[in-house]
Design a protein around this ligand. Structure first.
Ligand code: GLU
Length: 508
């Protein structure tokens, strides 16, 4: 079974935006396939029509694209095992559901939802949970208790019928999960899951197994929440006669809250101010917008890097990985069993790393839309130089504006604390003299300005701090920012002078 070409799939249900845990599942599948020269495919599991959310499929595809996780087969891509949207494969599943009924591995059930609700309520009153299983199936309304004629009559009459799996009695299902090692389930703990619904659609379980078989999937790599479904899936492969070629399983650990307690949820993100989705998502029903890593300014390579380390490590100290390095070093053996704690501060730290790696030209390009939005019209050369000056202090492209707005627009206000401390009675007078000095500087570059300024200060015998901070206040609005003379050069002579004059006017 291992000589087959490795084929893995990412099989999300389009029920809303993809959680970052879903993207990690896609990533690990992708890395595994790439490393072994296999195929990574996308299959949309949309058989539950009640949970279908418009736009979710497009979102999933866009998110994968953004992360650089390109499937070789999938909806909109094609491939010899398509269609890759389960709703378009309806007819295929019916045949296999029928095969399972015919071979005695499954049965028809005619119990109405109301009847089952009564049983659930009764059980609840006794502090029990109703389960359709080997203990109850013999007294319910199904093809195991009805005669073949009665069953046929009901089917002919078009009575709503569902197909359930007949869970074998007291059987141990033992499987070596590629991450967890040996896992064992006893079938007495499992119920008779629905395989095919009255609406003519298969459930997740049947469709998933049939498709993994038909699409020749060799490894099922998915989230831990699917581990309880594994014994049913294994039994389905057996019942369909597909055990020999069935995939191996690997269940990925949960992603935990920053506190390490419990599964990471959207609420944690909302509360603590970080996204849990790759891209921004607008709920089509409520119009609510959830933030995304992309819109929050993360680079896809930072996002991929941080996801890769949620549950996997290279076994070395290395923490920064480009996609090619991940492909080269990835293995399921180094995926841990225990939950992986998500740290939003570390996420920023990854972004900072990739931000610093980028050259000024690229960052300047990314900065331009922000400048345009602020109504700033600056030439490329200036933007590149400004970026070079403030880059070190930034983690995100948006930080550039925070760190560099004063290069493009005069400060709208002055930091009160600095004014109080450094703008003295005689400061306006001194600033007037600086204006005169600056007016006399002919070649307006940082070095010349600095030289003229130093000579002037020496002559005057003024302390540097007494003048430098007020000038900075006038140019920047705060006591922070890039080198003062660089600022003067970049904003230009007349702008420098006009800002100082404005400060004199406003601060008196
Ligand atoms: N459709 C399932 C999901 O939404 C797929 C689980 C699996 O990979 O088997 O996660």
């Amino acid at each position: 079974m291992n000589s087959r070409k490795v084929r893995v799939r990412f099989a999300p249900s389009p029920t809303g935006p993809l959680h970052m845990g879903g993207v990690r599942t896609a990533l690990f599948n992708y890395l595994f396939a790439k490393k072994l020269g296999g195929d990574f495919l996308l299959r949309i599991e949309d058989t539950d029509q009640t949970r279908y959310v418009p736009g979710a499929e497009e979102y999933i595809i866009e998110a994968l694209n953004w992360c650089g996780l390109k499937p070789v087969e999938g909806p909109g891509i094609g491939g010899e095992f398509g269609p890759y949207r389960q709703s378009e494969r309806k007819e295929i599943y019916r045949e296999y559901a029928q095969q399972l009924v015919d071979s005695g591995h499954a049965y028809y059930a005619f119990d109405t939802p109301d009847e089952l609700n009564v049983l659930r309520a009764e059980a609840e009153a006794n502090k029990e949970v109703f389960s359709y299983d080997l203990h109850t199936r013999d007294r319910l309304n199904n093809s195991l208790t009805l005669s073949p004629e009665e069953v046929q009559q009901k089917l002919d009459a078009g009575e709503p019928a569902i197909i359930r799996f007949k869970m074998p009695e007291n059987t141990d299902v033992i499987e070596k999960d590629l991450i967890r090692g040996e896992v064992k389930f006893n079938t007495n703990q499992l119920d008779d899951k629905v395989l095919f619904k009255a609406d003519g659609m298969p459930t997740y379980h049947l469709a998933n197994v049939v498709d993994d078989h038909l699409m020749q999937i060799t490894h099922v790599i998915r989230g831990e929440e699917w581990l309880p479904s594994m014994p049913l899936h294994i039994l389905l492969y057996q019942a369909l006669g597909w055990s020999e070629n069935r995939p191996q399983f690997a269940h990925l650990p949960l992603i935990l809250k920053p506190t390490g307690k419990g599964k990471l949820s959207k609420r944690d993100g909302d509360k603590m101010g970080f996204p849990v989705f790759p891209l921004e998502w607008k709920d089509p029903k409520t119009g609510d917008v959830s933030r995304g890593y992309r819109e929050d300014g993360y680079f896809p390579e930072a996002f991929v890097n941080l996801l890769a380390l949620l549950g996997w490590n290279a076994g070395t100290e290395q923490e920064f990985f480009k996609m090619e390095e991940l492909i080269e070093q990835f293995s399921l053996e180094r995926v841990v069993k225990s939950g992986a704690r998500f740290d939003p501060e570390k996420a920023k730290w990854f972004n900072r790393h990739y931000f610093q790696q980028k050259d000024e030209e690229e960052l300047a390009e990314a900065f331009k839309p922000i400048l345009a939005e602020k109504g700033v019209d600056a030439n490329d050369e200036l933007i590149v130089r400004v970026v070079g000056m403030v880059k070190e202090r930034c983690e995100f492209v948006a930080d550039l504006w925070e760190q560099a707005s004063y290069f493009f627009v005069a400060p709208g206000s002055y930091d009160e604390k600095t004014v109080k401390k450094k703008w003295k009675e005689d400061t306006p007078e001194k600033m007037q003299e600086i204006v005169t000095l600056f007016n006399s500087v002919e070649s307006w570059d940082a070095a010349t300005i600095k030289e003229a300024f130093s000579t002037f200060m020496n002559d005057k015998g003024w302390g540097f701090g007494v003048v430098m901070v007020p000038i900075r206040l006038a140019l920047v609005g705060t006591s922070a920012g890039a080198d003062l003379f660089d600022i003067c050069e970049l904003i230009g002579k007349s702008e420098t002078i006009s800002r100082i004059q404005k400060a004199i006017e406003q601060l008196g």
